[in-house]
Structure formats: structure tokens, C-alpha cells
Design a protein around this ligand. Structure first.
Ligand SMILES: [Zn+2]
Length: 462
């Protein structure tokens, strides 16, 4: 049972600060009680149970959800990003995948470090792209499960080669659509098998069908994956409308938009998360919303590789489910704090552009604020994967402790300074009672880092 201040975002524009509340969690990691500590029921629970006290100056926030991350590319995080996309794919992305598939020891090392870094950064849930080889993806699932990270693991499906002739990765693809579909089915079974001995509540990993993107997948493969998803209720992830040359390639090769390729193959459903979507039009976004498909917004890698920002406000206005993706390693930071800041900065540039040319969008304000970005990084991403990303009875306790200032000395922690509560300054001020408020949390959002993070819980386990 945890007692203290809780912060979450039940709705897009609504950040709640719940002072002096308690959360009780059962043996399965599920929240069974969430109420002010002063209620009769809360007081009874406090008397009878062991309590974790969150000190003054700290609060509990839902863990972050990373809705798009290429686990093998973590090998080359922050490397080669000055190259054009195709050269970067050859030299780093595909090379990382091929190297990791060829070396299980390297896979285990990279993936267990990734799990550690995710927890360090407060990310409790991640939707992961893996590699082609089944066994390597099982290593990824094992590393996430044993580290206590909730992970949706995607074995790549691809039966068209996109490596260039001079690529160090050589050809990186599966031998046929039939072989690819067999491997996808087999991975689903083996990934479930990995955790089938555990009680349902302790199973943190789940397989995801992962056609890399339309240019790497034949129609037979996409149709087959859509059928598997439909028959078994398996989630799907891919990249959609990420870059101009990709959109044009699909148009030329398939004679239609890539959104329609996914749609006709049953891969644009409420089980699907599509990354980027920067080139989608307003009618496209409305189609995505109607299908119940979610979008992983990756503001940093869009700036590098899409040449265009994602129409975030228009997607939100169209009621599309949206979360944030780090897109490591097309994006260089695993830290969702950075994804949030980048999402806000990009949206403000878009709003500036709209003010100069109001015809570019029907939405009235294209910018989002920090609270909206916090919603996307917690609840938005979680909803895309069937979780709540907020505190309420009946959901897993996935949470992180954020420490703003030391309750004894009243001095800020890590990079934070709160001058109005520092004792030497004396005198009453609006912050001097030390109760957490929006401005204090906003300061953490702007400049906080890992030094402000205390405990992290996934499924009630610290
Ligand atoms: Zn990606």
C-alpha cells in the first residue's frame, strides 16, 4: 500500500494532483483501493497493512509507455544520424538487426541493458520491434520478462529485400511469404509458451505481428498476417506514411496508398499501432480513428527522417488514439521526458506556421502543452495497448516515484531549484507550504532527469 501524492492525466487536458491519497494493491499487482487517506475505509486499511510513505516533495506518476522502439537498434543508439535515411538503414539499422540475429550473446547483452535503461527512465511498458529470427526475439522477451518490464515483442516479418547492393547487412529478409508466416505463427506460440507457466497476472510479455512496412512485405505476407491477427486476436505494429519517398514507392509499386494496403489486408484495426503517420491527410486520420488504430508519434525521428512533422493536433481532434514513441535508434533518446518535450516543441513550430498561413490546418491551435504531452506519454500510449495509464481500481499498479525536493532540507533534487521553499529565504509565499502544485511539476517536466526518479513499479512489483 502506498500513501502520498498521486499525479495522473485521466483526460487529454486534465492533470490531476491528488494530495494525501492511498493506493492498495493485491497480490496480482492490481489496484484494489484508491481514495483520500482520510476516508474511513482508507484509515482502516492503513491500520492493518504495511504502508510505503511517499515523502513530501515527491509524487507517484503512472510509468511511461514507449509506443515505438527498435530493440536491436539500441546497439547503435545515437550513432550515424547525420546520414540520409537509406544509408543509415544499411549502415546501422539493418546491420544492427543482422549482427544481433547472428550473435545470441550480443542479443542478450543489448536486450538486458535495454531493459535496465527503460526502467531507469521510468518506462514500464514498451512496444518493441525486434529482428527476423525467432530465437533472438525470444531472448528479447526473456530479458524484458526477467527485468520486470511490460513488453510487446514484435518478430519482424519481411519477404522483400530493401538493402542496397553495397549494404554491409547483405540481404536481410525471410526466404518466402510462406516461411515468414510460419515463423510468425511459431513465434506467437513460443512467446506465449515462455510465460505460460506463470500466473496470468505475472506474464509481462506478449507477441506482436510486425510487418516492417509495406515496401518490405508482399501482398501474400500482409494478407496472411492480417488473417493471423484476426483469427488469434494478436496485436499488430508497423510503420505508416513515414516519409515521402516511401509513400511514393508504395503508390508506384502497389498502385495505392500504404494506408489502403494495410486496410485491405485487415491490418488497420483496433489491434494495430502504426508509427509515424506523418504524411496522412485529414480523411486518412479519420479513417484511422474509425478503425480504432493507434498512432505512435515519434517527434524526434520525424525531424530527422520524415522531413515533415506529424499532424498531432488534427489526429487528437479526430479522436485517434495517440502515444509517444522514442523510435530508438532513428531517435537517439530512450527517455520519454525528451519525447514529451520534443512533441511540445514541434507542435509549437507547427502553430507558428499556422499563424503565418492559417489555411494549412482547420484546427484552431496546433500546439500542445506539457500536460497534454504527459497524457500522451502515460495514458495515451497505454490505451493503445489495452491498459489505462492512470490510477483507478481494477488496473495494474504501474508507477514511478518522482522526487522534486528533499523534505528535510527543502532543497531541490538533481537539476531542480525551488527558491520559494528554501528556508533561508523565509517568509510566506505561494509555494512555501511545499504542497505540490502544477508549476512545481511543470519545472520537473521541463528540466527534470533520472536523478528525480525513485522507485518504479510494474504490475505492483517494485
Ligand atoms: Zn521505426
Amino acid at each position: 500500500m502506498v500513501i502520498g501524492t498521486f499525479v495522473h492525466t485521466p483526460r487529454l487536458k486534465n492533470l490531476e494532483i491528488l494530495l494525501d491519497h492511498i493506493i492498495d494493491v493485491n497480490d496480482h499487482g492490481i489496484i484494489t483501493h484508491f481514495a483520500p487517506a482520510a476516508t474511513l475505509e482508507s484509515r482502516k486499511l492503513i491500520e492493518n497493512k504495511e504502508v510505503i510513505n511517499i515523502p513530501k516533495g515527491a509524487f507517484i506518476l503512472p510509468t511511461f509507455c514507449d509506443l515505438h522502439l527498435h530493440a536491436p537498434q539500441f546497439l547503435y543508439q545515437g550513432t550515424g544520424l547525420d546520414l540520409p535515411l537509406m544509408q543509415w538503414l544499411d549502415g546501422y539499422a539493418l546491420k544492427a538487426e543482422a549482427r544481433i540475429d547472428a550473435n545470441p550473446a550480443l542479443a542478450r547483452r543489448v536486450y538486458s541493458r535495454l531493459a535496465t535503461r527503460l526502467k531507469e527512465n521510468g518506462t514500464g511498458t514498451a512496444l518493441l520491434f525486434g529482428t527476423i529470427k525467432e530465437e533472438t526475439n525470444l531472448i528479447l522477451a526473456e530479458c524484458m520478462q526477467s527485468a520486470g518490464c511490460r513488453a510487446f515483442v514484435g518478430k519482424l516479418s519481411m519477404d522483400i529485400d530493401i538493402t542496397s547492393p553495397e549494404s554491409p547487412a547483405k540481404a536481410y529478409l525471410e526466404s518466402s511469404s510462406a516461411a515468414s508466416l510460419e515463423a510468425a505463427k511459431s513465434f506467437i506460440n513460443r512467446c506465449h509458451g515462455l510465460v505460460s507457466h506463470l500466473p496470468r497476472s505475472q506474464r509481462l510479455v506478449e507477441p506482436v505481428l510486425t510487418p516492417r512496412f509495406v515496401p518490405t512485405c508482399t501482398d501474400e505476407l500482409l494478407t496472411g498476417l492480417g488473417d493471423i491477427s484476426n483469427a488469434q486476436g494478436v496485436r499488430v505494429q508497423s510503420h505508416l506514411a513515414e516519409a515521402k519517398d516511401q509513400v511514393e514507392w508504395v503508390r508506384a509499386e502497389r498502385g495505392m496508398e500504404d494506408i489502403d494496403v494495410f486496410d485491405k489486408n485487415n491490418l488497420l484495426t483496433s489491434r494495430t499501432v502504426q508509427a509515424h503517420c506523418t504524411f496522412l491527410t485529414l480523411p486518412d486520420l479519420q479513417k484511422v480513428a474509425a478503425r480504432g488504430t493507434a498512432i505512435a508519434h515519434c517527434p524526434l525521428s520525424n525531424a530527422y527522417f520524415s522531413a515533415k512533422p506529424f499532424p498531432l493536433r488534427e489526429a487528437l481532434d479526430s479522436h485517434v488514439k495517440v502515444g509517444l514513441g522514442s523510435d530508438v535508434a532513428g531517435g537517439y533518446s530512450l527517455d520519454k521526458m525528451n519525447s514529451m518535450r520534443q512533441a511540445v516543441a514541434v507542435s509549437r513550430m507547427r502553430e507558428g506556421e499556422r499563424k503565418l498561413r492559417p489555411s494549412i490546418s482547420p484546427s484552431e491551435d496546433l500546439s500542445i502543452d506539457w500536460k497534454e504531452s504527459l497524457y500522451l506519454a502515460t495514458r495515451g500510449g497505454s490505451l493503445a495497448l489495452g491498459f489505462e495509464g492512470m490510477f483507478c481500481v481494477g488496473v495494474p499498479f504501474d508507477a514511478q516515484e518522482i522526487r522534486l525536493y528533499d523534505p528535510v532540507t527543502n532543497s531541490g533534487i538533481g537539476p531542480l531549484d525551488y527558491f520559494d521553499i528554501e528556508p533561508e529565504l523565509g517568509g510566506a509565499s505561494e509555494q512555501s507550504n511545499g504542497k505540490l502544485n502544477h508549476e512545481m511539476i511543470e519545472k520537473w517536466w521541463c528540466i527534470g532527469d533520472v536523478r528525480n526518479r525513485g522507485a518504479v513499479w510494474v504490475n505492483g512489483v517494485q
